[in-house]
Design a protein around this ligand. Structure first.
Ligand code: T4K
Length: 355
């Protein structure tokens, strides 16, 4: 059993190219490519509508969005989960702030609320794999003065409202909705939004530079046009993603040593399908699938490993060795085929272990 064409993890979702064509014609006829064009405005309005946010500030990628928030944070220290993509903690260190790593929950993969304390620092939880943290439990555990910025790189989608003081979405090519590269900060706080709008464009207003601390974090019209085309296909993408997720869950249950991580029911977009596999078996499945032309991905290198002072965060260290992201955006029959391959690989592993 083998795929003739590679089945790859992280391939961008499908969309109707005609919807992008309309934007391209508009961009090339008006020759407005960037710096506050109409497609960026339309994209931001659409995001506000979908997530029920007051303000949306689009940016060139989520990392720079996190950097802007980190720069504006009043606190020098920021509490972050160690089990996350490098962008979360690097964005803090990049602007001179100090990340304070904490562990995650082994079931949800999100920040372990028991590790939070009531101190006046910034908190940057991650809605990992698009599974939302519990914002009320987090808010009740931290100081009322603590700023709370959610890294929602994975968690864009239709929602009744946003969480925390601000959230940052990623619209990278591998994400649920994508602009090739892109991101957005959403907030209900007008003064924070105004500062972000200014900072993303060199803090220039009417020819006057208002601060030394500005940057270029603008999204282009091309990127916004692509994002809008994807948004027009949002319902189909979520239906396909969910069907694949259910197929993986149904076909990979009751197998010793692995399970598909449940995404809960708080508006997941099912973009990431994550397998938890016992250590050893995970790497065996990964390499065996590669020989059958199926590419999966191991995430995430623990952030606290980068510290000089040794710190032990057991769940993060376990998940780093147990997590395997499966291909999505593929046909149901291919999902079934991948599931059967995994079952055969596990059988083979068990036989080898018994010897
Ligand atoms: N916070 C969190 C929690 C994040 O996960 C991320 C990014 C961020 C913040 C920052 O967001 P951005 O600044 O990127 O907007 C990828 C993405 O580059 C990254 O956006 C993402 N998270 C991370 C989880 O995944 P890599 O190093 O795993 O990417 P790469 O190049 O190995 O791509 C994965 C697979 O996707 C490849 O095997 C092939 C496929 N692929 C990829 C691209 C880019 C395609 O088929 N087509 C493509 O165009 O980081």
């Amino acid at each position: 059993m083998l795929f003739n064409k590679p089945i790859r993890f992280g391939v961008p979702n499908d969309f109707d190219i005609n919807n992008f064509q309309i934007s391209l014609e508009q961009i090339f006829s008006t020759k407005k490519y960037t710096n506050g064009g109409p497609l960026v405005k339309e994209f931001e309005d659409k995001i506000c509508e979908l997530v029920n946010a007051k303000r949306c500030i689009s940016v060139s990628n989520a990392t720079v969005g996190l950097q802007l928030l980190a720069k504006l944070s009043k606190s020098h220290y920021s509490v972050v989960p160690s089990f996350t993509f490098a962008a979360t903690y690097q964005s803090l260190a990049f602007v001179g702030k100090t990340p304070m790593f904490v562990d995650v929950d082994h079931v949800t993969h999100n920040i372990d609320i028991n590790m939070l304390m009531s101190i006046d620092v910034c908190i940057m939880p991650v809605n990992l794999w698009g599974r939302l943290c519990d914002p009320i439990k987090i808010r009740n555990k931290i100081s009322p003065n603590a700023e709370i910025y959610y890294d929602s790189a994975h968690a864009f989608g239709k929602r009744p409202g946003i969480i925390g003081d601000a959230e940052v979405f990623s619209f990278h090519a591998t994400k649920f909705i994508n602009c090739a590269e892109g991101g957005a900060i959403v907030t209900n706080d007008d003064s924070l939004a105004d500062e972000l709008v200014s900072m993303r464009n060199f803090c220039i207003s009417d020819g006057i530079v208002n601060s030394l601390i500005g940057t270029n974090a603008k999204l282009t019209e091309l990127a916004a046009g692509l994002g809008l085309a994807y948004i027009r296909n949002i319902d189909n993408i979520i239906t396909d993603n969910k069907n694949n997720y259910i197929t993986y869950i149904d076909n990979l249950k009751n197998i010793d040593g692995l399970y598909v991580v449940e995404m809960g029911d708080n508006h997941p977009n099912y973009q990431y399908i994550v397998l938890n596999v016992k250590e050893g078996l995970r790497d065996f499945i990964y390499s065996q699938l590669l020989t059958k032309n199926v590419e999966t991905k191991k995430y995430f290198y623990p952030g606290h490993f980068l510290l000089k002072n040794k710190l032990s965060l057991p769940n993060t260290e376990r998940l780093w060795k147990e997590t395997l992201c499966l291909p999505n955006g593929i046909k149901q029959e291919d999902v079934l085929k991948v599931c059967n391959m995994i079952k055969n690989i596990v059988e083979c592993y068990n036989k080898l272990e018994l010897k």
